[in-house]
Design a protein around this ligand. Sequence first.
Ligand SMILES: NC(=O)c1ccc[n+]([C@@H]2O[C@H](COP(=O)([O-])OP(=O)(O)OC[C@H]3O[C@@H](n4cnc5c(N)ncnc54)[C@H](OP(=O)(O)O)[C@@H]3O)[C@@H](O)[C@H]2O)c1
Length: 288
Amino acid sequence: MSATLAGRSVRRIGFGAMQLPGPGVWGPPRDRNTALAVLRQAVELGVNHIDTAQYYGRGVSNELIHSALHPYPDDLVLVSKVGGDRDDSGGWIPAQRPEQLRAGVEANLRALEVDQVDVVNLRLMDTGHEVPGEQRADLDSQLAEMIALREEGKIGGIGISNVTLDQLRHSLPASIVCVQNPYSLLDRSGEPLLELCTEHGLAWVPFFPLGSAFPGAAKVTEHPAVVSAATALDATPAQVGLAWLLAHDSHTLLIPGTSNPQHLAENMAAADVHLDSDTMRILDAARS
Ligand SMILES: NC(=O)c1ccc[n+]([C@@H]2O[C@H](COP(=O)([O-])OP(=O)(O)OC[C@H]3O[C@@H](n4cnc5c(N)ncnc54)[C@H](OP(=O)(O)O)[C@@H]3O)[C@@H](O)[C@H]2O)c1
């Protein structure tokens, strides 16, 4: 089950590194050895697409990836994102100006110890976050900076994240390679963006594929239709949620996040879970 991302072949199930730092994606992991083991296990299980950000933990996810996996396997595609940062108490803050995007890429290059980050997502922050005036940057100037970074060889491909349909359309001439927006069996708000990705052959890499770790978010693994399908298939609810995403559209690449070795093994095995047409119909109708 492989696909192409920025011209590289990747398995359709990758790994999201946001759950590796401490609680609230802030500070060191509760258990550093387990976090390192999870990363090594991911690669042993065939993961060759890892999603990260310098602002996860601040610096923690990238440091763990470097410690666990450097020198990296030749086929490993490292994907990061710029556009955000953390304040000193762990609050999420925007870093949207072109020079901040550049500084973000440079920080990733140093932390991961690579000459090029394979893909970097421009992560917009203008929904759900208060963006102070001095942080507002127009999309054209942001894309121009990302293109310059690509031309300089510092990034291999440009992705875009947390965008509206209009912003995605506007970004297409920059030859973007992937889109990261929230999307899951329970949150289909991104469906029009997925359709545009399909039309243009772009990788659709949903974040929060299981509903995220954030308190209050609807969890895919707790939905009755998912639990019931899992029981019938002798699979786990997480596997059903991930298998539905894989079956729903072939442009989808998964980056479920976990800090738990057992969950990681389960998530990778979701590739072997087949959902028949009746089950797909029931799951298609499920919503939060
Ligand atoms: N572009 C962006 O702005 C953006 C935003 C958010 C996230 N992301 C990326 O997307 C990735 C995925 O999103 P996410 O990690 O926030 O959320 P997620 O993958 O939807 O869910 C993670 C949560 O699910 C749990 N989980 C994972 N596998 C499980 C399993 N098999 N059974 C039961 N629970 C399971 C995890 O707990 P355990 O640790 O206990 O397994 C964690 O609480 C992130 O890791 C990050 O790389 C990108």
